[in-house]
Design a protein around this ligand. Structure first.
Ligand code: SF4
Length: 355
């Protein structure tokens, strides 16, 4: 079968499986490799040592899968229109904000399953071919690949942005040895805008297109395993798992559209939970209530640590102090106790800024 006919079939299959965009690109990521190496040299990756460990494998696809000549990049929206408004949660200090991508089923499994279905269909058409499918699971420069494949541009907030769909979507890739015709790289439409840089609560976007991950709330609440540095605790506010501020403010998200995938419906009212309710969950309840979501990637310790910071920043209320003191009696971890003490101090000392 000619590769352009196969390409059209793959596009059709991807639409049937709920993907909202697809593009084909070659494997030359030399320019992006320079950006990656500068970023690593500046230590912007913090404790994400796996970024360093894999080095240039990330920007040289044929080192990850020998024989790769093309990459098929896929985009799948996750936004649900029945989700409680993000701004309302952020403005209510007694609620906990969970990044909108994490409210439904874990995207890794949702996308990976569909990529393997497409690979099987290709195999049925042309016989044995070489491929590997990835969803944020291996050293892959997914945003640079998607940009080259025409799915959007890397914005000043370092997210991939699509002109017709904003940035609330996941990416997945199939590396292959089939020599497909490539698509055109997407143009950048950030222009003079700098809203994401101005809104970032912790000033993590240190220059257009440069994110110091060590300052990013997504890193501080998910990747960081130990103590959250004092300097960021006030700015974290009520964000207990990730942060969407740089996406919420992005004008291109006016065009974001709802996902077609039912698995991204949210569970347990995690779109607008009260901090106290979440803080009172036992470890068993935490595991059960976040099962099969991306939230389950953090430990119960990180969960309580993040919520303690959120409660410290909440409206002063005797129930908050009571919950903090009760939890303190149950736990032994000194780092967690320190976060709870910080929160108690904030709750018992009006107008205190101790960060
Ligand atoms: S907020 Fe503005 S500068 Fe930032 S990514 Fe969106 S368009 Fe680009």
């Amino acid at each position: 079968m000619k590769s352009d006919l196969l390409k059209n079939k793959i596009i059709k299959w991807s639409q049937e499986l709920g993907f909202d965009g697809i593009g084909f690109t070659d494997i030359d990521l030399a320019k992006d490799e320079t950006h990656l190496l500068n970023w690593l040299e500046n230590k912007f990756h913090g404790e994400m040592h796996y970024m360093e460990k894999h080095g240039v494998k990330r920007s040289r696809p044929d080192e990850l899968m020998p024989g790769t000549v093309r990459i098929i990049s896929f985009r799948m929206n996750y936004r649900k229109t029945d989700t409680y408004a993000a701004e309302k949660v952020l403005n209510n200090k007694d609620l906990g904000y969970i990044s909108r991508y994490a409210l439904g089923k874990d995207y890794h499994s949702v996308l990976r399953e569909r990529l393997h279905i497409i690979a099987k269909k290709i195999n049925d058409e042309i016989g044995n071919f070489k491929y590997r499918a990835f969803v944020d699971s291996a050293p892959v420069l997914e945003k640079a690949i998607a940009q080259k494949a025409g799915l959007g541009w890397i914005g000043k907030n370092t997210n991939l942005i699509n002109k017709n769909n904003g940035s609330y979507f996941f990416l997945g890739e199939i590396y292959t040895n089939i020599d497909f015709e490539v698509d055109k790289k997407a143009k950048n439409y950030c222009g003079e805008c700098s809203e994401c840089i101005e809104i970032c609560p912790t000033n993590a976007i240190i220059a257009p297109y440069v994110l110091d991950a060590k300052k990013c709330i997504a890193y501080l609440t998910i990747e960081l395993k130990g103590s959250i540095p004092m300097e960021f605790r006030d700015s974290i506010g009520n964000r207990i798992f990730g942060c969407d501020d740089c996406q919420i403010v992005c004008p291109w998200n006016k065009f974001s559209t709802e996902t077609k995938v039912s698995e991204f419906s949210h569970k347990h009212k995690l779109d607008s939970p009260t901090l106290i309710n979440l803080f009172n969950w036992s470890e068993k309840e935490f595991k059960e209530n976040t099962k099969n979501t991306s939230i389950n990637r953090i430990s119960y310790f990180q969960w309580l640590r993040n919520i303690a910071v959120g409660i410290g920043n909440a409206e002063i209320n005797s129930d908050n102090i009571k919950s903090l003191k009760n939890k303190k009696k149950e736990i032994k971890d000194s780092v967690l106790i320190e976060h709870i003490n910080w929160a108690i101090k904030k709750q018992t000392t009006p107008n205190l800024n101790i960060s």
